[in-house]
Design a protein around this ligand. Structure first.
Ligand code: SF4
Length: 743
């Protein structure tokens, strides 16, 4: 299908023909958009929840009657029915405020994608070759239940592993409940750019193991250490709204913003000052600033409370972190440190934020604790204009018990895989994990794999059984965001249209499987996912008869909860000293630090199958539909590299080639690449397109959390060819010049 025809499909037009009645009862039951609500030619707007990241932004969906291609059983045809036409932000939603990021706008293509899996499938070829045959839902659920019965019959329930998308939700709670009642370990959420180091640090510094909400709207000085909060990190939709307030929403007050990072991100491009510091030294810079603030008596050590007491030397004013010494270690001039520190110590309210590359090193926890202490010193915690921790409605942590790398290591290290069955729900660790972890090789040793995904991707293509989920627009959907607002949020919404295909909602399939097990789960799972969501909302407002109706009408529940999870306040039993970072690769052989970074369009690659996002120009380079390597201007000049030249980039783990983009916003010791492309399998739009920088990464981890130190690999580069047209720039002459980019 070419792009023009794809757009035709997404416009949901077509000729009308008859379709025989559907034999599947849930396809005739629409709970939230009764057909009688829809008049031909008249649009209605229905709430939903964006499923494309853990923020769960509120959506409104424009629904209209249209002729659409559908599959019922094994029969395809065209019927007239209400369908989703357009997604917008839900103006009532307290974190998205009516906004959506580009991924949210493109989420509608999940439903109408031409490569969406339309019915249950069973593997018919070799693992990974993508050959499947269609089977009935009865057979698919029976085969999954039989695989679980085999484990339970052998007393091997612990040999079940479940890989799920990141984020808190009732859907995740249902999965964890299923696993715990079955006797399996908790689910894993594999994430290349996970935030577990920051959660751990926030737990130690503030008693809250979660991401913060930044009160940008009331801040007068924001000092960010690597946090791309306007682009890809945490709640960019909420941040963009409050950032506008900070810069232009107050008469006569324009907040100051300084960004510390060695590669200019989309957020850094908006800053008043962009300040590169050597990789893995950002914590030292934070303590250097704290040293000056304390020495100038702009704040006292005790003001930082417990966050300060965690840092070695804090109570004596951090004598090792003089501006001169910090300059030696970070490369930031001492005079600039002194000036920045005095300004940051004087202007209130001020807030320091940390995320991104500074935490992707083996010393990431030290860096996060150092910035937390600096932030507490200037009063930037739980005060207007500072960081807040959104009250949590459900206990639980996103911190996995094990990483996917550790699990893969256990599988590869044993003669017979200790993991005997894997369930996959929205995770693609074969693509988004370092080659050094050999996740694909490990999964190939697992006897049984089932996927609930809507698409064949690098991981689900290894599945023996595929039980395809409804799209989020066809099913009940929810999210329990951990940040993005000062008040707690439970985003929840019902289906806005009937399913197009012979798919079923994953939570309800899990409930059905639980009923088919030879040893039923005790207690049983809820009767349906809808019933579970309703009970969860009614628990938030006991006695309020209209709580559920109101939540489903507005797209969720928010406000002051009767009860939330209290902060944990462990005693400070140790102090943390500066640790030297470790890197994969010798500095002599591999002179550059390598920085893979989340793409604004694709994150770590999960949305690369959506053609609107392939078509989205990168905000800093304008590149699209392709991979590229960013080289700093100074380095490019030295090595004779120009825009579009083919670069070979080599780490101790391997090599790959991609065209160069020469960037003035990149420090000379750094080479950067966006994540997202380089999928082996991920629909017609992403398969075989570009290269995957995760293949270069070493297996280095932050020791306390076991998280991947994704910014700790070193590389060398060489120019190996002239411009070959493989780089596509928006409105540039290079667009579609290369045959690989023609659809
Ligand atoms: S930040 Fe973007 S991708 Fe994430 S939930 Fe919101 S709109 Fe969706």
């Amino acid at each position: 299908m070419d792009r023009r025809n794809f757009l035709k499909l997404t416009a949901v037009t077509g000729t009308t023909s008859a379709l025989a009645a559907c034999g599947n009862p849930e396809h005739t039951l629409i709970r939230f958009v009764p057909d009688e609500d829809i008049e031909p030619g008249i649009a209605v707007w229905k709430p939903s929840v964006c499923p494309l990241c853990a923020n769960g932004c509120g959506l409104t969906v424009r629904v209209m009657d249209a002729d659409v291609e559908v599959v019922r059983g094994s029969q395809a045809g065209v019927v007239r029915k209400p369908v989703a036409k357009k997604l917008d932000g839900n103006a009532q939603h307290p974190s998205s405020h009516g906004g959506l990021c580009p991924r949210g706008q493109a989420a509608i293509q999940v439903t109408y994608h031409p490569d969406r899996i339309a019915q249950p499938l069973k593997r018919a070829g070799e693992r990974g070759d993508g050959r499947y045959v269609a089977i009935s839902w009865d057979q698919a659920i029976g085969e999954l239940a039989a695989a679980l019965d085999r484990l339970a019959g052998a007393g091997r329930q612990q040999a079940l592993a479940c890989l799920v998308r990141p984020g808190r939700s009732q859907r995740r709670t249902l999965v964890d409940t299923f696993l715990s009642r079955f006797g399996a370990p908790p689910a894993l959420s594999p994430e290349l750019f996970g935030d577990d180091v920051l959660r751990r640090a926030n737990g130690l510094s503030f008693g809250r193991s979660q991401l913060p909400t930044i009160d940008l709207a009331r801040a007068r000085f924001v000092l960010s250490f690597g946090a791309d909060f306007l682009g890809t990190w945490n709640s960019p939709v909420a941040h963009n709204a409050s950032y506008g307030e900070m810069r232009q929403g107050r008469l006569g007050v324009r907040g100051v913003f300084v960004q510390v990072e060695a590669r200019m991100s989309q957020t850094g491009a908006s800053a008043d000052q962009w300040m590169p510091a050597r990789p893995a030294t950002e914590g030292i810079l934070a303590l250097g600033i704290a040293h000056v603030i304390m020495a100038a008596k702009l704040a006292a050590a005790a003001d930082a409370g417990r966050a300060g007491r965690l840092i070695d030397g804090w109570s004596s004013g951090l004598p090792e972190y003089t501006p001169a010494r910090v300059q030696e270690l970070t490369g930031v001039p001492a005079a600039r440190i002194e000036r920045l520190a005095r300004q940051f110590g004087e202007i209130r309210p001020a807030v320091a934020v940390v995320s991104g590359p500074p935490l992707g090193h083996t010393n990431g926890l030290f860096t996060a604790l150092a910035v937390n202490a600096l932030n507490a010193l200037v009063g930037g915690v739980e005060r207007p204009g500072g960081l807040f921790f959104m009250p949590q409605l459900e206990a639980g942590s996103n911190r996995p018990a094990r990483t996917i790398g550790a699990v893969a290591g256990e599988i590869l290290g044993a003669s017979a895989s200790p993991v005997e069955a894997v369930l996959i729900d929205g995770a693609n660790p074969v693509h988004a994990s370092p080659r050094a972890w050999r996740v694909r090789d490990a999964l190939l040793k697992v006897p049984f794999i089932a996927s609930f995904g809507s698409f064949l991707d690098d991981t689900s293509v290894l599945a023996d059984l595929i039980l395809p989920d409804h799209s989020f627009l066809e099913s009940w959907v929810d999210a329990l965001p951990e940040s993005g607002s000062l008040d707690p949020i439970a985003s929840v919404a019902g289906p806005v249209m009937r399913p197009l295909y012979d798919t079923r909602a994953m939570p309800d399939v899990l409930i059905d499987v639980s009923k088919r097990l030879q040893r039923p789960l005790t207690p049983a799972l809820p009767a349906s996912f809808e019933a579970m969501l309703q009970a969860s909302v009614e628990r938030l407002q006991p006695g309020a008869a209209d709580a559920w109706t109101k939540a489903t009408e507005q797209g969720g529940w928010w406000g002051a909860a009767r009860s939330t999870v209290p902060p944990a306040e462990p005693a400070v039993t140790r102090t943390v000293a500066r640790t030297e970072p470790a890197f994969d690769g010798d500095a002599g052989e591999y002179p550059f630090h390598f920085l893979p970074y989340p793409s604004q369009a694709f994150g770590d690659g999960a949305t690369a199958h959506l053609p609107w996002l392939q078509e989205l120009p990168d905000p800093l380079t304008s590149a699209m539909w392709s991979s590229w390597v960013e080289v700093g201007t100074e380095t490019a000049t030295k090595l004779g590299i120009s825009l579009g030249d083919v670069i070979e980039i080599t780490s101790p783990r391997g090599s790959l080639r991609a065209p160069a983009v020469v960037s003035p916003g990149l420090a000379p010791y750094l080479i950067a690449m966006p994540m997202g492309q380089g999928h082996r399998t991920y629909t017609r739009y992403a398969s075989g397109r570009g290269v995957n920088p995760a293949e270069l990464l070493g297996a280095v981890t932050e020791p306390e959390t076991g998280s991947l130190a994704w910014a700790a690999t070193r590389v060398r580069i060489a120019k190996v060819g002239e411009k070959d047209g493989s780089l596509i720039l928006f409105a540039g002459g290079m667009r579609e010049a290369h045959p690989a980019h023609r659809l």
